[in-house]
Design a protein around this ligand. Sequence first.
Ligand SMILES: O=C(O)c1ccccc1NCC(=O)[C@H](O)[C@H](O)COP(=O)(O)O
Length: 258
Amino acid sequence: MILDQLVTATKKRIERQQQQVTLAQLKAQVAQLPARTTFPFETQLGQPGLAVIGELKKASPSKGLIATDFPYQQIARDYEQAGVAAISVLTEPDYFQGNDQFLPQVAKTVKLPLLRKDFTVAPYMIYQARLLGASAILLIVAILTDQELRADLALADQLGLSALVEAHDAQEIKRALAAGARVIGVNNRNLKDFSVDLENSIQLRQQVPADVLFVAESGIKTATDIARLKAAGIDAVLIGETLMRATDKAVQLQELGV
Ligand SMILES: O=C(O)c1ccccc1NCC(=O)[C@H](O)[C@H](O)COP(=O)(O)O
């Protein structure tokens, strides 16, 4: 499955990076940063109405190259002006053509909270996310043990990072809640065959208590999709391809009805 390939590639990447900067060195750099007392990613997603997380994604395993031209700072500015609540920044290089350096560059450009969209397989990546200027990290239940999930959530909390805990089914939602997730994302994309079904997040909405933020992820393309998700009581949507392909992000969001 693609997730296994992504995990293997990410572990190799992090091993290489740790040869350049050790975990101890990274921790020492993070220790120099001012302490954080707020969680702006959660504050933004918790605002009344449906919040939009706009994604910066040059390519993906399911769609190949999405943006030949990728002026990511300008796109981030456009997202901010269009009124998105937060920006998801793909940093995974091998399958999404992302780059860690997108994060600090985007953080310089906009005031919005940034989600580091990567395949968190080690605490090292959580320290990295803090150093790179993210406000949130992605934790995918399917690739973590319960113990890792709890430890990663605790570390994120300690560093002032929110965690979007991604689940695909009711069992993974249970595990996310048991670990203490405050933000749960349900991915509508089946990572075995890349098919997308919005019903996944709509059906699973009821499994998540109202005091936990619920994000519907992937495959959101039309005003009808948004209307269905709003009716299901979803707090936020994560939109990548549809916004990336739109020439005018504000017009696209208006057309979607958010
Ligand atoms: O997008 C993929 O092909 C993909 C494949 C394997 C793992 C993750 C993948 N996508 C990450 C995402 O979660 C999406 O980029 C995000 O939800 C936005 O989706 P979309 O609006 O469909 O671009």
